[in-house]
Design a protein. Structure first.
Lengths: 93, 292
């Protein structure tokens, strides 16, 4: 896509208009892993539902609303990059 | 002569058939319509709602809601932590705890709150009906309206004739009221659905980012309830018409009343908002599907 003015925002397609595809895939993956472990350790269906909601809801809410309205994956990626290399590089022409 | 007899016998059989059909609808449908339209707090005592929204917080929908409360708390804690790391704005912990206590109490007593909202609207409806009764001397109900219509359409000396102006009015009224029955049956079910999801709506008030859900739920719920207030006003107006006079004007006004009853749901939706429970579009689509 050609942009006339400098791009200062993220341009990402979203699933159902509110969650971008990478985050949705990651959420589905986390959900599957949670269900897998809950099936191993817990037998009662009500307890499974209860624990699944408690653990999965915060992740899902972060995926929808983001961290400071930013995509949580990007936030974690940049945080990880910063903690790995704390040097700040300024762009100089 | 034989042709005339054949046409006359076909006409008579059609009249008898439709007369039977209409009287069967009259006897069975309209009492139901009164129950569907004028809803009171008994709707919250339906077995489905009682089973799913029981007072025990470790069973039914309240179990899911109470687990969502813990989920929201974890979300808030993590969000509060991140707000310090990335310098973003977040609501204060005291504010969050205060809101949580209030809205968790609301969530756990959502059935009672819904029952009281329904009760208030029911009282307003009864007030309008009582006002109508004292003014026009008869109960404001669909059963009485149909009795009035029949007394003007079924003339004692002539009987029912489908191929007449009265016959057209009677058939329009009957099919219109059946359409109304479908619409209000859908409204009845949707009200039950809104009562069932009420704990989620109250829970969403805990966090500012999800509070929009509560406002849309409240708007739709109140709009669905207020339909019965408008219906009672239209019905009262219907009883003010002198249908026994048998004039064409009063019969045409009767069609206006049926249209107003059919559209009252749409009018409330336009004024307040919320969801539509109009099934006439669905029936029109079915008709189109049938002709294809």
């Amino acid at each position: 896509m050609k942009f006339i003015f400098p791009k200062n925002y993220n341009f990402r397609y979203k699933l159902l208009g509110f969650i971008d595809y990478t985050t949705a895939i990651l959420d589905a993956l986390i959900g599957c892993v949670l269900i897998f472990f809950l099936n191993i350790f817990i037998s009662s269906i009500m307890t499974k539902i209860y624990i699944f909601i408690i653990l999965f809801l915060p992740i899902f809410l972060f995926s929808i609303f983001g961290i400071g309205r930013e995509n949580p994956i990007s936030v974690f990626y940049y945080m990880f990059k910063f903690f790995k290399n704390k040097g700040i590089f300024l762009y100089n022409k | 002569m034989e042709n005339f007899n054949l046409v006359e016998s076909i006409r008579q059989s059609l009249n008898e058939l439709f007369s039977g059909l209409f009287s069967s609808i009259d006897n069975n449908v309209y009492a139901l319509l009164d129950n569907f339209v004028f809803i009171n707090s008994k709707i919250t005592k339906e077995p489905a709602i009682q089973k799913l929204l029981v007072d025990n917080p470790f069973d039914g929908i309240l179990l899911i809601c109470n687990s969502l409360v813990f989920g929201f708390m974890i979300y808030y804690a993590a969000n509060f932590l991140f707000s310090h790391l990335i310098y973003s704005k977040s609501q204060r912990p005291t504010q969050f705890i205060f809101k949580s206590i209030i809205f968790i109490a609301f969530m756990n007593s959502s059935l009672w709150i819904c029952a009281e909202i329904i009760n208030i609207v029911s009282i307003v409806t009864e007030l309008i009906k009582t006002l109508g009764k004292s003014s026009f001397g008869c109960d404001i109900s669909f059963s009485n309206l149909i009795t009035n219509i029949n007394s003007s359409v079924y003339l004692a000396d002539v009987g029912f004739s489908l191929f007449s102006f009265d016959g057209i009015i009677k058939s329009f009224t009957t099919f219109g009221l059946i359409n109304l029955l479908f619409t209000y049956a859908l409204r009845y079910i949707m009200l039950q659905v809104f009562v069932l999801i009420s704990p989620f709506a109250f829970l969403c008030l805990i966090d500012t980012s999800s509070s929009w859900f509560f406002s849309s739920w409240l708007r739709s719920f109140v709009a669905l309830l207020l339909v019965q207030v408008l219906v009672s006003i239209v019905l009262t107006l219907g009883f003010s018409l002198n249908l026994n006079s048998g004039t064409n004007l009063s019969k045409l006004l009767l069609i206006g009343i049926i249209y107003a009853l059919l559209k009252s749901n749409h009018f409330v939706q336009e004024i307040i908002g919320g969801i539509s429970t109009d099934v006439s579009n669905g029936i029109a689509n079915l008709k189109q599907g049938g002709t294809l």
